[in-house]
Design a binder for this molecule. Sequence first.
Ligand SMILES: [Zn+2]
Length: 252
Amino acid sequence: MPCLGVAFIAVVVGATAAVLKAWNSAGIKLGETTYFRVVCTAAVVELPWYRSFADLVEPRIRAYLGRYLGDLKKFERLNLEWKRVCFAAPEVELLKRKLLFSKLPVTLAEDLECLIWSWSREYQRRYNWSFRVAAGRICRAVSLLSKRYSVLVKLENLRGIKRKNVPHLRRWSWIRLVKLVLGCTSKKVGVALVDPSYTSSKCPVCRGWLRRRTYRMLICANCERKWHRDVAAAVNIALAEPRRMLRTPRSP
Ligand SMILES: [Zn+2]
């Protein structure tokens, strides 16, 4: 399930209790606390609504094919032009094997391609909504903290970076995330950009290389500590030096 990694660093010792309270009020379940140079609490916030695109479209494609299945038998006897249906999304291509079809008469294939395209728009809208809800919960925790402490939010500077590993349909525009954080947090909250290099590949504690165990689980080659991929990235971002200040933090 896609999620957002978030890490809070309490620079002032007394702020740790306030951080835990803010997590609670925003409904974020504390994942792990790390003690190294600073007290760092990290968590993953799951997207509240999530179904993969394949799960969303499979029953719809089944219903569509079911409607024409009888006719398909007749079509086979006719001399029609057949076309391989293009799903555009690699995560749905596998469905063809499951549903045991790849070619349809041209008009049906084009009709189905059109439908899948409009379903992908619908899916993207749902995914964006879900992402906004999850990010909104983090912004709420940040705003709560800013009532008592000076807060600086750090984000990766992903301007111009293409995220090849993220499926097309789940790609959230980075600039929208920056705007969301700037718009949904109090004006007193500072927002800074950090260098994104090695945030997901180095251990936040010992700086050793992280090796992949599963898609989401990483292990440090040096200290053998296990990390959730998004938590490791969040802690590294929280520890990184701000490179560009988008909004200066103000004391409450
Ligand atoms: Zn390590």
